[in-house]
Design a protein around this ligand. Structure first.
Ligand code: DQA
Length: 149
């Protein structure tokens, strides 16, 4: 599926809209999904937008992307800061990866300053809220068009 991109959201992102709105805003994950899939469509891509609280499930989705997706956009939530398993899966996948965070993780607690996802990522977008996902789709579309030529 050359035009399919997998958009993965990790733990607690299902609570967006009500979870710490002073940090994450009032936008729900459904709103983020709508904006992401619309932008993907505008760029000729099909976004498969998912969320899980389960680290193993996230790893399985990344493994499956080897066959089913051209690239991965990932907000791994708190697993960003803990999961070598997600890093290994992303590195094994060999597809372009863009890491997204709604909040600016570098402005927050020091344990959020380290990301296990970043070594596998082509680029990182953080601190721009839901707009970060839209920008990530644009960046992915550009990356994939370069891969093709
Ligand atoms: C987050 C930042 C993480 O530190 C946090 O654990 C999250 C959300 C973000 O989108 O800003 O769950 O990834």
């Amino acid at each position: 599926m050359p035009n399919a991109i997998l958009v993965i959201n990790g733990p607690n992102l299902n609570l967006l809209g009500t979870r710490e709105p002073e940090i994450y805003g009032r936008t729900t994950l459904d709103d983020v999904k709508a904006a992401t899939t619309a932008q993907a469509k505008a760029r000729g891509l099909a976004a498969d937008f998912r969320q899980s609280n389960d680290e193993g499930e996230l790893v399985e989705w990344i493994q499956d992307a080897r066959a089913s997706a051209a690239g991965i956009i990932i907000n791994a939530g708190a697993y960003t800061h803990t999961s070598v398993a997600i890093l290994d899966a992303l590195q094994a996948c060999g597809k372009p990866v863009i890491e997204v965070h709604l909040s600016n993780i570098y402005k927050r607690e020091s344990f959020r300053h380290h990301s296990y996802v970043s070594p596998a990522a082509t680029g990182v977008i953080c601190g721009l809220g839901a707009q970060g996902y839209v920008l990530a789709v644009d960046a992915m579309a550009d990356l994939l068009s370069k891969v093709k030529t």
